[in-house]
Design a binder for this molecule. Structure first.
Ligand code: NAG
Ligand code: NAG
Ligand code: NAG
Ligand code: NAG
Ligand code: NAG
Ligand code: NAG
Length: 939
């Protein structure tokens, strides 16, 4: 009986829940479909969202265990979604997790979100959402995490109602445009553990609202306009307190009292008050902060006073940065107790006295920077114990004595060693040859003397070597040529004599060579004129003699300085030096006075001539039409970019920065700090045979070629990586809209949220490509064959104009060779990409302009029919070319990319003129594509 009742009861509830779920079943499915409808591009992830299966098995959707037809989680992070968030999302009332992070969703967060009473986690990181945070988010009473960082455009203030969310523990709104004050209601959030609001426009008192939050451990408020810290000691759980880049002030002891109160925060691990307007004396209670403190950053303020002598109490410190303040006095000896310290920076203060030798105890140190102070006395030899040190910077002080040889034996020092502008003296220790990982050595502006040791040649990866402004003597060691990474060498203003080693020219990375103001004699080695890397050469004020070579850098007056050498002759006519007498024995010293007599007036006339020449050129470039000065002859000034710049700029070649991978290497997005620009960096895979050649070809080609429709090269980097291997990279301007490929096939690469291109956009792009190719073939001397024209090598800028890129396998053809028949060696190796490569290349015919025209034809057809030549339908038998040809002329609208008619509204339009024009345009351009991609080059 009881059993029966139970069964009845069970079946009754089952029926109930079945009816209940079947109605909400439809509701959730409808809401999901409404969500899908607002997504404009989804790289195929939402294809599974169709009625062939239950919505509970759609990708990203999870239904409940108890409420089997209710959606409890929607997780579509990093799925390439573009579009807006449908208000229908508010109907998924059983949802606990909503994660749409790392997509391209735009527009507002719908207010209907307030219906999600069960929502615990709301993650919308890194989209392009705008508008305000809806205030009725406060109705989502289960919310624990609101993480909407990196949307940039989210505005308005933090709704005060957020303070009513009893369970909220994580509020992360960094990197948006949120303004107003930190609402006092946030103080009610008794479970708040992380409050991260950096990079917004918040203002007012930091702690007006918070301070009573017992669990608050991470308070990150960097880069806002917040001011005046108040009572902080209540935050017993505080671990990280980051206030950098605000406008915080503290001018007197009273205002610095917040440090006293922080002393109570025994869990504090990080304190960052850098980049504010703190002034007044550095408070001594600082040394009583938690021994758990790992980083202390107070740089870029106006803080004065002395470093407290008990700074050594902070034994947990790993990073200590006092740079760019007004500190005086000495570095306390107790600093030697901070044995966990990895980074130590005091740069740009008024510190004085000796550098404490106890710094040598800090064996974990990676970086020491104490430049721009008034330190005096010797460099402590104990620094030689810093076996992990990557960089040591002590420039612009008053240090004296010899360089301790121990410093030269630091095994790890690799980034730089900067001792410039001190009063150091004596010889450069032989041990300099132990610095085999060092990239930059700065010794300028000291009193070093003696000969430069031969061992310096062991510094194989050295890129910058500045030794100017010393009293080095003797000759330049021949071993310099072993520093194969050398990019800039400055030996100006020393007492060097002997001749210039001819083997400088074998340094293929050397771009700037300064040897002025020495006593160098002999002739200028011919080979310097053969160097293709050298961009600047200063040989002024030496005793050089004989004929000036005419090649390379010696051709260009503005890159060359040879003034103050009294016995030189020849060179380019603009130098206006005497012709070299044919009988003139270069080393015949008796001739020198004769030259002297000639050259003294020559220097004056040289300057005069240069002014006239420069003025003439100036005027000429204004008045003479561009046609007469073909751009390929204008040499491009390449800014120097070092391996380290690229390493840093690409976030150490991180996956996140990688844009693509190819046969010749990888492509990264990066920034160049010096130039403050976003760039594309193509890093060549040097192990792979052929890539070095490819690099040279690319560099040469791109340095000569400039055109509106060609991707602009910013510079190239030819160096050595940290493993001592050759490193080659090309740096291009960054093209905001990526490759054409991604736009023709919007779903191919999974990430792009591109909209379809209109017909007129496609036409503009096609015209740009044809312009670029025409320029390469007919506007350049010597002409350039691209060899790998295809949509993924065509890039689109912000305005959707096309630039042709990737000259990886382009060859700069000798103008004397005929276009069609080049020696057969040029066909070695595959050129071009499957689908786009001209058929004749497969038969071993040489590269030619016709080959490029074939690739152009295929590209044009692809652009307008939306199918790639490697599409599955072209795998067997019929090719893209024949497919298009067969449709000419009547079926043109059938093969055209359906996105064009959608976009241009041709289908729905009754405007017959519009339809006819569209058809004519498509016909013309596809016909052109077909004509260009004929089987035989002669056709
Ligand atoms: C959401 O729910 C409301 C109220 O029940 C209903 O009117 C609306 O049609 C639903 N929207 C969708 C897309 O299911
Ligand atoms: C519908 O979804 C199933 C998987 O759930 C998928 O295999 C199928 O291709 C989809 N149909 C369409 C037309 O996208
Ligand atoms: C080279 O040294 C000279 C003399 O000290 C200096 O004026 C010049 O700026 C230095 N150039 C470079 C690139 O370091
Ligand atoms: C360095 O240069 C010297 C002289 O030019 C040469 O004899 C020596 O073999 C070179 N050493 C290395 C390791 O290349
Ligand atoms: C250097 O260039 C000149 C012509 O400018 C050439 O005659 C000579 O062979 C070249 N030397 C080398 C070693 O390449
Ligand atoms: C010489 O170099 C300058 C600047 O480095 C450059 O602007 C100029 O075009 C060059 N002239 C020639 C003739 O190469």
């Amino acid at each position: 009986m009881l059993l029966l009742q139970l069964l009845l009861l069970l079946s009754a509830t089952a029926t109930n829940s079945a009816t209940a779920s079947s109605s909400s079943h439809d509701g959730d499915e409808g809401a999901l479909l409404a969500f899908k409808a607002k997504i404009s591009s989804h790289s195929g992830v939402l294809d599974s969202w169709n009625q062939s299966t239950s919505y509970c098995s759609w990708e990203g959707v999870t239904c409940g265990k108890q409420h089997r037809w209710r959606v409890v989680s929607l997780n579509l992070s990093s799925k390439g979604l573009a579009g807006t968030i449908s208000p229908a999302i508010g109907n998924l009332t059983f949802m606990r997790l909503l994660d749409l992070s790392y997509n391209s969703l735009h527009d507002e967060i719908p207010a209907s979100i307030g219906s999600l009473m069960r929502l615990r986690r709301l993650h919308l990181v890194q989209n392009t959402l705008t508008g305000v945070i809806p205030s009725n988010i406060s109705r989502c009473i289960s919310l624990r995490e609101i993480i909407i960082q990196n949307n940039k455009g989210l505005q308005g203030s933090i709704p005060a109602e957020i303070g009513n969310l009893p369970a909220l523990s994580f509020l992360g709104l960094d990197n948006n445009s949120i303004s107003g004050t930190i609402q006092s209601s946030l103080g009610n959030l008794s479970r708040l553990a992380v409050l991260s609001l950096s990079d917004n426009y918040l203002e007012g008192l930091i702690l007006a609202g918070i301070g009573n939050n017992p669990y608050l451990g991470f308070l990150q408020l960097s880069d806002n306009d917040l001011s005046v810290p108040a009572e902080l000691g209540k935050l017993q759980q505080l671990e990280v307190f980051a206030l950098d880049e605000n406008m915080l002030e503290a001018n007197n002891e009273e205002e610095w009292e917040f440090i006293d109160s922080l002393v109570n925060c025994s869990r504090l691990q990080g304190l960052d008050i850098g980049f504010n307007r703190f002034s007044g004396k550095l408070p001594t209670p600082l040394v009583n902060l938690s021994i758990n403190l790992r980083w202390l950053q107070i740089s870029n303020n106006n803080i004065s006073g002395v470093i407290p002598s008990d700074i050594g109490n902070l034994v947990g410190l790993e990073e200590l940065d006092f740079s760019i303040n007004l500190l005086t006095g000495v570095i306390p000896e107790s600093i030697g107790k901070l044995t966990r310290l990895q980074q130590l920076a005091f740069a740009s203060n008024y510190l004085s006295g000796h550098l404490p030798s106890s710094i040598g105890n800090l064996s974990s140190l990676l970086q020491v920077y104490a430049g721009d102070n008034s330190f005096e006395g010797p460099i402590p030899p104990s620094f030689g114990n810093l076996r992990k040190l990557l960089l040591l910077g002590l420039p612009n002080n008053s240090l004296t004595g010899l360089i301790p040889s121990e410093i030269m034996e630091l095994p790890s020092i690799s980034m730089f060693l900067d001792l410039s502008n001190n009063m150091l003296e004596g010889p450069l220790p032989l041990e300099v040859g132990s610095l085999v990982y060092l990239r930059q050595l700065f010794l300028s502006g000291n009193n070093f003397s003696g000969e430069i040791p031969d061992t310096i040649g062991n510094c194989r990866v050295m890129e910058f070597l500045l030794m100017d402004g010393n009293s080095f003597q003797g000759s330049i060691p021949a071993t310099f040529k072993n520093m194969t990474g050398l990019t800039v060498l400055n030996l100006t203003d020393n007492k060097l004599n002997g001749s210039i080693p001819g083997n400088f020219a074998t340094l293929t990375n050397l771009q700037e060579l300064y040897l002025g103001h020495n006593n160098l004699s002999g002739t200028i080695p011919d080979l310097l004129g053969n160097s293709t890397s050298l961009l600047r050469l200063d040989l002024s004020y030496n005793n050089l003699q004989g004929e000036i070579p005419k090649g390379g850098v010696l051709k260009n007056l503005t890159r060359l300085s040879i003034i103050g050498n009294n016995a030189l002759c020849g060179g380019i006519p603009q130098l206006h030096l005497p012709k070299c007498a044919s009988f003139c024995a270069r080393k015949n010293r008796k001739d020198i006075p004769k030259f002297l007599r000639i050259t003294i007036p020559t220097i004056g006339s040289l300057i005069l001539l240069f002014l006239v020449w420069a003025g003439f050129h100036h005027r000429k470039s204004k008045t003479v039409p561009k046609k007469d000065l073909p751009p390929q002859f204008a040499e491009i000034e390449l800014p120097i970019v070092l391996y380290n710049d690229i390493l840093k700029g690409t976030n150490e070649f991180s996956e996140a920065n990688m844009l693509g991978k190819g046969r010749y290497g990888r492509v990264y997005k990066g920034t160049l700090e010096n130039q403050a620009i976003v760039v594309t960096v193509k890093v060549f895979n040097v192990q792979q045979s052929g890539s070095y050649k490819s690099f040279q070809a690319k560099c040469e080609a791109l340095r000569r070629v400039r055109h509106r429709c060609l991707l602009k090269i910013i510079t190239c980097c030819s160096s050595i990586n940290h493993q001592g291997q050759d490193f080659r990279a090309l740096v291009f301007e960054f093209m905001a809209n990526g490759s054409l490929d991604g736009w023709i096939h919007p779903n191919l690469d999974g990430q792009n949220g591109h909209r379809a291109l209109s017909l007129s956009q496609r036409m503009d792009i096609a015209v740009d490509i044809v312009d670029a190719l025409d320029y390469l073939h007919n506007g350049c001397q010597p002409l350039i064959i691209h060899c790998d024209l295809k949509p993924s090598n065509i890039l689109l800028n912000q305005e959707m104009r096309a630039c042709v890129g990737d000259f990886g396998i382009a060859r700069v053809l000798d103008e004397t060779t005929s276009t069609q028949h080049i020696n057969s060696s040029s066909t070695i190796g595959i050129r071009g990409s499957i689908g786009y490569i001209a058929p004749e290349y497969g038969e071993g015919l040489a590269v030619s302009t016709s080959g490029d025209v074939f690739s152009l034809g295929i590209t044009l057809i692809e652009m307008f029919i939306g199918k790639s030549p490697t599409d599955d339908i072209f795998r067997y038998g019929i090719s893209l070319h024949y497919y298009a040809e067969a449709a000419l002329p009547d079926k043109i609208m059938e093969i055209a990319d359906s996105n064009i008619s959608l976009h241009d509204g041709v289908n729905n339009s009754n405007d017959t003129r519009h339809i006819t024009r569209t058809r004519e345009c498509l016909l013309a351009v596809i016909q052109l594509g077909v004509l260009c991609s004929k089987q035989l080059p002669t056709e």
